[in-house]
Design a protein around this ligand. Sequence first.
Ligand code: GRG
Length: 302
Amino acid sequence: MPIDAQLKEFETTWVPQLNAPLAAAIAADSGDARLAEAMQYSVLAGGKRLRPLLTVATMQARGVSFDSERHWRPVMALELLHTYSLIHDDLPAMDNDDLRRGEPTNHVKFGAGMATLAGDGLLTLAFQWLTATDLPAQTQAALTLALAQAAGPHGMVAGQAKDIQSEHVDLPLARLRVLHKEKTGALLHFAVQAGLILSETPQNQWEPYLQFADAFGLAFQIYDDILDVVSTPQELGKATQKDAGEAKNTYPGKLGLQGANQALIDTIQVGQTALRALPASAARNQLAAFFSYFDTKRVENR
Ligand code: GRG
């Protein structure tokens, strides 16, 4: 099967299963109806669910099958946290965006106060869900520490802090890479790490998986920058051309569109090479198929 069809099939199998319990589970864990509505609104607005899909695929690569009773909440915790980051990033005090996942942003619909609280609620509930499982306490603690490190002031929040400070500052590519690694890469790193923790994989076997995750994370950000230049808001469900301008801290801004596309191709290659260190299997091919998310012909076909 072509690898893009493999990713599509994986999505078709898993996304409905992952989504089905979400609305009720969020409502059950919220003590205020309007807050629950605001949280559900953004979570259910139709994200691609790439992060939980990566966790499930990593578990499968480690030979562990998904048990919804035991794994669903810990696996979906990251999607809650990711959605919080989008809600807060869209707020007037941050990026001030009106469109996300093809819908009006949370603060446009519910007001900035409730949107802030919806983000706070999702961030906190994510940690509750990591421990809402009968998995061993050691597994729950490892997940909690890893997500705190990925999302907190040494991870995504640090990246966002660098981002808001660098709006009118020309960052060298090496510093831009660090910013992206924190802002975007850290949660994708955790997505794979969560699969390793949930499958109780010994840490001395983590390296190729995490190299794959980090290459995927960097490729994801380069592609996000490219799409911002070559796509329309209708295609992406969010504002585009936000980064326009030569001196911007983006891959196309620094390397030009062709240069950014080449960096994307090279980064995918790094990730594919990392995966080749693992024994050949259908599950390994499934991880490799995640790279088909990136259309490296998008630039030349525009
Ligand atoms: C507010 C602390 C804080 C952090 C915000 C996520 C983020 C950090 C900013 C969003 C802006 C941005 C362009 C991030 C990089 C790429 C990214 C995370 C895109 C959105 O992820 P997708 O494409 O979205 O997986 P869906 O909607 O499919 O889940």
